[in-house]
Design a protein around this ligand. Structure first.
Ligand SMILES: [Mg+2]
Length: 412
């Protein structure tokens, strides 16, 4: 596949290259702006963001918005995640997206550019395993009808590579539709209140590597249920806003979308491998909704009280750490100072999971929380039984109506 696309894709790009775009935007050619990623789980067409900014004379935010609309349209028109199948639609999708963003001011993220003064910042949150767990489940239904769980009426289409009845691997993935469960991490409200009170706070941004329509459906439901949190949310970004190029090994979040100077944006994320500015990422232990819900359920383990205490304390703890670092870093170089303070506080500049958990465990002990010998790794870092080895294939009309699956993680 990779060898084949290495010459076919450029050839197709040549054929469908636009000689010029005769709208408000300056002339451009598809060949100049587009990069094809055929070698990662999040493949497809991405923009060369720097070249797009330069050629179209748009902001970095606008370049990412153009790419998001282009990728949305390519998926819809081709019904496929394959760059080969998307190639015939590429020029048209790009032209339409440029027109929407440049000429009509369309902003799919809803984010409006901010001018920051010294000491001001936005806080960017990852979703999966940071603020929530989103999964598909039938059968025993962990979380369903249990106190503390939140069932959102989100529907999505996901491929399954495992026969849920037998656990055997399938030669061909089945694309399936499932009702899904979303468990929000406990303490989001308390965390949001604490963060919003920090001097210089300008708002939250949600930025997930989750497939766009899945993210949009989830957030649409969540927004209805938690207006006070969403009062602070200034924009929503998902997989089609990630970027490639610039030496990145895989599609990643680029915080320069929000602030070119990188002094005014911080990220809380359980997984820094999809983050371009890892030095600005506050690594946070993964949320394991199964362990949390089991501790709330009727057959709760002996360690339930400790598991619940560890789960309910983590987001307020993270918020307090950000607040303390923001205070200690006043007069420094903005977000970088805050992030360095966070890493130093963990006793490990890399912010590894071990360092995170050791620091958090010490915090809980200082607060008099009895951990009864539980291993925080099992509380926070083992969220799923199944892992995807191939790309999520998105929401394509031709797959509607297929069978349900259970227990499928959809995170990013
Ligand atoms: Mg995540």
């Amino acid at each position: 596949m990779q060898i084949f696309t290495s010459w076919v894709v450029p050839a197709l790009l040549g054929i469908f290259c636009l000689p010029a775009f005769a709208g408000v935007a300056p002339a451009f050619s598809t060949r100049d702006l587009v990069l094809a990623d055929t070698d990662s789980d999040f493949g497809g067409y991405y923009l060369d963001i720097e070249r797009t900014v330069e050629r179209l004379q748009v902001s970095r935010l606008q370049a990412h918005e153009i790419q998001k609309l282009m990728r949305d349209e390519l998926e819809l028109l081709s019904g496929s995640p394959s760059v080969l199948e998307q190639a015939p639609y590429l020029s048209q999708a790009l032209a339409n997206s440029v027109d929407a963003v440049v000429s009509r001011g369309v902003s799919p993220s809803g984010y409006r550019p901010m001018r920051f003064r010294q000491g001001e910042f936005v806080i960017v949150f990852d979703l999966d395993e940071t603020l929530l767990t989103h999964w598909y489940r039938h059968g025993k239904g962990v979380g369903i009808n249990r106190k503390g769980s939140l069932s959102l009426a989100v529907r999505d289409v996901v491929p399954s590579f495992v026969d849920r009845a037998t656990g055997d691997s399938l030669d061909q993935p089945k694309l399936t539709i499932s009702g899904s469960m979303v468990q929000l991490r406990p303490g989001i409200g308390q965390m949001a209140k604490r963060l919003a009170a920090i001097p210089g706070f300008r708002g939250f941004v949600l930025f997930t590597a989750k497939e766009d329509r899945s993210a949009e459906a989830l957030i649409s439901e969540w927004r209805k249920q938690d207006a006070s949190f969403f009062r602070h949310v200034k924009g929503v970004f998902a997989r089609n806003h990630l970027r490639i190029g610039q030496g990145l090994k895989k599609p990643s979040k680029d915080l320069r979308i929000f602030d070119e100077t990188l002094q005014h944006a911080l990220l809380l994320d359980d997984n820094e491998s999809r983050v371009m500015q890892q030095e600005l990422c506050f690594a946070i232990p993964k949320f394991n909704a199964d362990a949390y819900l089991d501790a709330l359920g009727p057959d709760k383990p002996a360690s339930a009280a400790a598991v619940l205490a560890a789960n309910t304390g983590i987001l307020p703890y993270a918020a307090a750490a950000v607040a303390a670092c923001a205070k200690a870093s006043r007069g420094g170089d903005g977000a970088a100072s805050i992030a360095r303070c966070w890493a130093d506080g963990l006793g490990n500049a890399a912010g590894t999971p071990d360092a995170e958990l050791k620091a958090y465990e010490a915090h809980l002990k200082r607060r008099g929380v009895r951990l009864d010998g539980i291993d925080l790794h099992s509380v926070f870092h083992q969220p799923f039984e199944f892992e995807f080895t191939r790309p999520l294939q998105g929401v394509f009309p031709k797959f509607k109506g297929s069978k349900r699956v259970s227990e499928v993680p959809v995170g990013g």
